[in-house]
Design a protein around this ligand. Structure first.
Ligand code: B12
Ligand code: SF4
Ligand code: SF4
Length: 328
């Protein structure tokens, strides 16, 4: 496996991988926690977590029958997140906020962009692989946890001790074991802190179980619900219109990384110079955005935002998210 060690320095960094781990364990350590979460109804409207696909999460063999090992990668979007924070603090900001990941990965939906990166890594390793990236019935935070990449924060995020939680998780599943030693699972470093719980505007965090009550979470309402659903209580008090990073923004494990210094970001950070989502949603008066969305057909919306995270939620979904600014 010299090759992997060789590519780590030279090539993984360029793909935005800030840490990676290895495991041969097919079974999650926390399936029972997941199951009791579903039994309590905490998955809310996310039916794919409670139907026949629930039990598929018991083992990676459901996704890859001949599973023997996994390489798990953390793909950072912390630099873009830092640039976004700068934008929010500048005069350009219209007060609206979006999830950091949604404007990262060069403005592309991370599913496409990280898939490409995983394919590149897989091909370089040169062994048959299957990708796990968000949509498979896999408990991905648990997969990262048992690969030693971090612990489950009280906000339920997988937190990496050096790189915080502004990372997406992607994995390569193999049909053979690789000559790599696994790390011990990370210990808990939340301590007495409750900053994420205290800031959550919709009381969506179940502090005791370190889980999210999905139908109270702004992320569910703004990304997963497409029609005119009732917003969770507290949604109207904040600027979020697509996803929510509030319980990560306050986390000391993200704050303590001196991101500006680390990523050498200035106010004209180039990544946003041609970002359609930033230009359309974050720098113009909200009324203008609403009127333009109203005047646009669904097809025109899809054409405009094709390949971005905003394609999924659709024109009506975004209008639903913006409604709070015009009905008060
Ligand atoms: C459903 C889902 C959502 C739902 C539900 C969120 C949730 N917390 O479950 C909603 C729509 C709300 C959502 C929101 C977001 N999501 Co999401 N989501 C998922 C998805 C598809 C499944 C998650 C799942 O199975 N939830 C079930 C619950 C029960 O799992 P859990 O919350 O992780 O709970 C575990 C802990 O409680 C743990 N646990 C707690 N204490 C302890 C102690 C010990 C010792 C152990 C072993 C375990 C343990 O056990 C539970 C079971 O594993 C995953 C992708 C995937 N396939 O895994 C992405 C994923 C979790 N999401 C992700 C992201 C980025 C987000 C957002 C940040 C997006 C945004 N900005 O809006 C928010 C974050 C909200 C939050 N604080 O969680 C990333 C998280 C990356 C990371 N570093 O953790 C994932 C992994 C996607 C990816 N491939 O990168 N998401
Ligand atoms: S993402 Fe936002 S709404 Fe969801 S738990 Fe975190 S702070 Fe609360
Ligand atoms: S804000 Fe505090 S309690 Fe919440 S995840 Fe971060 S360290 Fe843990």
């Amino acid at each position: 496996m010299k090759d992997l060690l060789h590519i780590e320095g030279e090539f993984l960094g360029e793909l935005g991988v800030v840490d990676w781990g290895y495991t041969e364990e097919a079974t999650p350590k926390s399936f029972d926690r997941f199951e009791s979460w579903v039994e309590k109804g905490n998955h809310g409207p996310l039916g794919y977590l409670s139907d026949h696909r629930k039990d598929l999460r018991k083992s990676l063999e459901s996704v890859k029958e001949d599973f023997q090992s996994a390489l798990v990668f953390l793909f950072t979007y912390a630099p873009e997140k830092a640039a976004l924070e700068k934008l929010y603090q500048s005069e350009k900001s219209n007060g609206l906020k979006v999830a950091g990941y949604s404007v990262s990965f060069e403005g592309n939906d991370y599913h496409y962009k990280i898939k490409e990166k995983l394919e590149e890594i897989g091909k370089t390793i040169g062994k048959p692989f299957k990708i796990s990236l968000d949509i498979q019935p896999v408990l991905e935070r648990d997969l990262a946890y048992r690969s030693g990449l971090g612990w489950f924060g009280k906000n339920s995020m997988l937190i990496n001790r050096k790189k915080g939680s502004f990372n997406m998780i992607g994995a390569l599943l193999f049909e053979e074991k690789l000559p790599i030693s696994s790390r011990e699972p990370e210990t808990d470093h939340c301590g007495q802190c409750t900053a994420c719980f205290d800031i959550c505007p919709t009381d969506a965090i179940d502090l005791e179980n370190r889980q999210i009550i999905a139908n109270k979470c702004i992320s569910t309402f703004t990304i997963e619900l497409f029609k005119d659903n009732v917003a969770p209580k507290g949604y109207n008090d904040v600027g979020e219109i697509f996803g929510c990073d509030l319980c990560q923004d306050v986390c000391p494990w993200n704050k303590r990384m001196d991101r500006e210094e680390e990523y050498k970001i200035d106010s004209n950070w180039p990544s946003f110079s041609s970002n359609e989502l930033v230009d359309f949603f974050l720098t113009r008066p909200p009324i203008q955005i609403k009127e333009e969305l109203e005047a646009m057909s669904n097809k025109a919306y899809v054409r405009k935002f094709k390949g971005t995270s905003f394609e999924r939620t659709g024109r009506l979904g975004l209008l639903k998210n913006l409604k709070k600014f015009f009905t008060l």
